[in-house]
Design a protein around this ligand. Structure first.
Ligand code: ARG
Length: 504
């Protein structure tokens, strides 16, 4: 039994032979690390399986998660009027589209998977690339997970607390339980995790369609009173330039995931065509959905009711769906659970890949010997995410996340500009207008600086601290390869994998 539980290190060599791609039952279900195709020469070739349709689905499926069901109220508070909040929603869509087009250039120039990591390596060298993997494993991925599971909990609990605000502790406990459940699913099997993902994506689409259909119906009936006087500032609401940036944080969270296809460039069929095309279809589609949903919410409730509601989609359902009102919290809970699952799935792979490169503790690259899941990485992420759930709330976590994420998105724009200079003749199958990265770089600088000036929050300091701490870790442990005695210094490549265990 102990043997079964044992986790073995599989260094790159073994991965190259496609071992990790075999799942327990040999059915080879879809998973992030799968699709490796052992060639005669033993080199990996990720199969190019992602065409235009699945490319669009990958983008849309990642982008639509918790945000559109929790952010509208926060955005309204931060902008002070429905007109400006609507403009911010649309601007966030445009900004994501521009960012993604610049990423399309980067992604077709360097087609290795891993997005920012690969581009930073090309443009700036190892230290910034290390910092990215450090921050994304320690901060970005766990905070995404924490935000989404808190949103899940809010909806799951709200369904049972029709007339009162559910206590915060209950929401946090439910969020922690969700993380544990998702962790178990992901440690148990890759197939189960991807199965959950597919089924739950459908729920998300149902929720979106119900909101849009219900809202359109109400609008046709003539419920347009809340849309009048769109730019009148609501009581107590003010906008200033710094606060506007935090409104963008809230909106951009709902759009986050626009760069998702860049993480799997190696698997896209004809990437120089399909990557930009998927982006140009997927992101406007999401922007349109979000705009329609915002109008739909307002067809059913007033802006102040929207602000008061802890879970807008539940309020929406209660008003419009009658006896079917339960459908709304259920499908939102399922949708958010699905995104949390997908996020942990990706996070586990990232952690695994970064530690395999020697950029994180070796033990995080272990893979469960029978289940082929990167269990230690997953557990590590869940622990960090759990700590974030306990210590923060959705809004502060979103600020923390967006602040950190936009430092790196801005960095990628800089990488593009740098490479236009340093590698002018490198083939660029897709070249975006120079204006785009310049614009996005400018906006990301604004997004990083404005909130600090407006209202310095401790979260921003934490985020900056993490990034700097990364540098302190990089020099001794990564650059000079120092391994503390207590961690042992054995040669992992000598560990022999007991094939009998696999066979069982
Ligand atoms: N936009 C998603 C949401 O509204 C969050 C996506 C998180 N990002 C990611 N790359 N998984 O919940």
């Amino acid at each position: 039994h102990q043997q079964e539980q044992q986790l073995h290190v599989r260094k790159q060599k073994e991965i190259k032979s496609g071992d990790l791609g075999d799942d327990e039952d040999g059915s080879g279900g879809g998973g992030g690390l799968e699709g490796t195709d052992p060639e005669e020469n033993n080199s990996v070739h990720l199969k190019r399986r992602v065409g235009l349709v699945s490319g669009v689905a990958l983008i849309v499926g990642t982008m639509i998660g918790s945000g559109i069901f929790v952010s509208p109220s926060g955005l309204l508070v931060r902008t002070g009027s429905i007109g400006i909040s609507f403009l911010v929603w649309t601007a966030c869509g445009l900004l994501s589209l521009c960012g993604a087009l610049a990423y399309a250039e980067l992604g077709t120039m360097n087609t290795s998977s891993g997005a920012e990591y690969a581009y930073f390596m090309d443009a700036f060298g190892a230290p910034p690339a290390f910092l990215f993997s450090w921050v994304s494993t320690l901060v970005l991925k766990p905070s995404q997970m924490a935000i989404i599971s808190l949103s899940f909990a809010q909806y799951a609990v709200e369904a049972f607390a029709a007339d009162c605000d559910p206590p915060e502790e209950v929401v946090k406990i439910v969020a922690l339980l969700a993380i544990i459940l998702i962790l178990l699913v992901n440690c148990y099997s890759v197939n189960l995790a991807t199965g959950v993902q597919n089924a739950f994506t459908a729920a998300k689409l149902i929720a979106i369609l119900v909101v849009i259909a219900g809202g359109s119906y109400k609008l046709i009936q003539g419920n347009t009173q809340h849309l009048k006087g769109a730019f009148d500032t609501m009581d107590g609401g003010t906008v200033n330039i710094g606060r506007l940036a935090t409104a963008f944080y809230t909106g951009l969270w709902a759009y986050d995931g626009w760069n998702n296809l860049n993480y799997v460039t190696e698997e896209i069929k004809n990437p120089s065509k399909n990557l930009p095309r998927s982006i140009m279809i997927g992101i406007p589609l999401v922007t349109l959905c979000y705009a329609l949903i915002n109008v739909s919410y307002l067809a059913v409730m007033s802006p102040s009711e929207m602000i008061e509601s802890e879970a807008v989609a539940v309020t929406f359902g209660n008003r419009i769906l009658g006896v079917m009102a339960w459908l709304m919290p259920l499908s939102v809970a399922i949708s958010t659970f699905g995104s949390a699952n997908g996020t942990l799935f990706a996070a586990g792979r990232l952690c695994f890949a970064a530690s395999r490169e020697g950029h994180l503790l070796d033990c995080l690259s272990y893979v469960h010997v029978r289940r082929f899941t990167p269990a230690p990485g997953l557990i590590f992420h869940s622990l960090v995410a759990g700590a974030m759930v306990l210590s923060g709330n959705i809004d502060s976590l979103i600020d923390f996340f967006s602040f950190t994420a936009w430092i790196f998105y801005g960095g990628a724009m800089l990488a593009l500009l740098v490479m236009r200079r340093t590698r002018p003749n490198h083939p660029r199958p897709y070249k975006c207008p120079l204006m785009i990265p310049v614009l996005v770089l400018g906006i990301s600088a604004y997004l990083i600086v404005a909130p600090i000036i407006d209202k310095p929050q401790i979260e921003y300091l934490y985020a900056a601290g993490f990034i700097l701490a990364g540098m302190l870790v990089y020099l001794p442990f990564v650059k000079y390869g120092y391994v503390p005695k207590f961690m042992g210094n054995y040669d992992h490549s000598k560990i022999i994998i007991d094939k009998n265990i696999n066979a069982k």
